[in-house]
Design a protein around this ligand. Structure first.
Ligand code: A2P
Length: 334
């Protein structure tokens, strides 16, 4: 890989795309040349990078000549259509959509967990689901120490997980309610302001949503743990940014709170924020725009033998998407 690669951001005008650009700049990623791509609607638009304005071009089949790394965040359909074209043109795609996550040819990577997988790519590397990443940042170190068997998880997912339109919906509805106006709805199946919605993504035949099953499917692949089980309820909450998860994990080996804390304190990319007597625990408001995820409310589960409960919050636009993608790119140029 070129040490100063030509980098393309596909979906550069989106919530995650903009964050990818800022993350490349903030982490001093050695971008040799930058290409910004989005739909025809955004062609000609300018975005700042390292003090200069860069013009967005329309994504086309011939957009990838000479590009070394393409960070895709323009939806599954765009990835399905254009990622293979980009890979064929010789570029390594780091794809934020779900299109290739379960493809046996595409590694699914969290750099703190399975960095070696990134180097076994065939042109496309997948970035995992945001809720899965936030959960695994705390679960994986515990798995290494105590061998996880299964988890029961409830998520509290921010509206920015739905892109710019989710943020707009919460903002608009909050304003409408404050002004005593009728609430209008465009993005979610129900009002999200002053409400919670126990549906993220579409329902499957087993009664879970597609989002909920990602934890087990992607978790197995990332942790190289083919029998890992996860029963998940994903909930959309009126939070702008940062997802949270309440996790109950059952382990093969006996686990203590002290042992778990010791493991979590050493885990990369994770802060232990856990002083319940002082009402100190991770909060999405605090974790927004922060690279590390945070874990707290660590306690022995009172209903399982080798069980542990904990709460994780993490910025899903950063660690759940843009930061994780840039960290994968860093593995490629290392
Ligand atoms: P555009 O802004 O031109 O629509 P978000 O998830 O925040 O809504 O962002 C989605 C990103 O994906 C945007 O940058 C959007 O570009 C881009 N995008 C959506 N559909 C396409 C497409 N068919 N071709 C290229 N880019 C697309």
């Amino acid at each position: 890989m070129n040490r100063t690669p030509h980098v393309a951001v596909v979906g550069a005008t989106g919530a995650v795309g903009i964050e990818m650009l800022q993350t490349l700049e903030r982490r001093n990623f050695p971008v040799g040349k930058l290409t910004l791509l989005a739909s025809a609607r955004s062609a000609g638009k300018k975005l700042p990078f390292r003090g200069a304005e860069h013009t967005v071009a329309e994504l086309k089949e011939d957009s990838f000549a000479g590009i070394d790394i393409a960070l895709f965040s323009a939806g599954g359909g765009t990835s399905k259509q254009f990622a293979p074209i980009a890979a064929k043109a010789g570029c390594v795609v780091i794809d934020n959509s779900s299109a290739f996550r379960m493809d046996p040819d595409a590694p699914l990577v969290v750099p703190e967990i399975n960095p070696d997988d990134a180097l076994k790519h065939n042109g496309i590397i997948a970035n995992p689901n945001c809720t899965t990443i936030v959960t695994l940042m705390a679960l994986y170190p515990l798995h290494r120490a105590f061998n996880v068997r299964r988890v029961f998880v409830s998520s509290y997912q921010a509206v920015s997980g739905s892109g710019a339109k989710g943020i707009e919906e919460l903002k608009r509805q909050s304003g409408q309610i404050a002004r005593g106006e009728e609430v209008t709805r465009e993005t979610y199946p129900h009002q999200i302001a002053f409400n919670v919605i126990p549906q993220v993504d579409v329902f499957l035949e087993n009664g879970y949503t597609k989002e909920e099953m990602k934890m087990e499917n992607e978790g197995r692949k990332i942790m190289h743990h083919p029998t890992f089980k996860a029963s998940v309820t994903c909930v959309r909450v009126p939070v702008y940014r940062a997802h949270s998860v309440a996790v109950t994990a059952e382990f093969e080996q006996p686990v203590t709170v002290a042992g778990a804390r010791e493991v979590l304190a050493r885990a990369p990319g994770l802060d232990v924020v856990d002083e319940p007597a002082k009402s100190v625990y991770p909060l999405p408001l605090v974790q927004a725009n922060v690279d590390n995820c945070a874990v707290g409310r660590i306690r022995k589960d009172c209903a399982l033998d080798n069980g542990l409960c904990f709460w994780v919050s993490g910025d899903q636009v950063l660690k759940g998407a843009a930061l994780n993608a840039v960290q994968i790119a860093e593995l490629l140029v290392k």
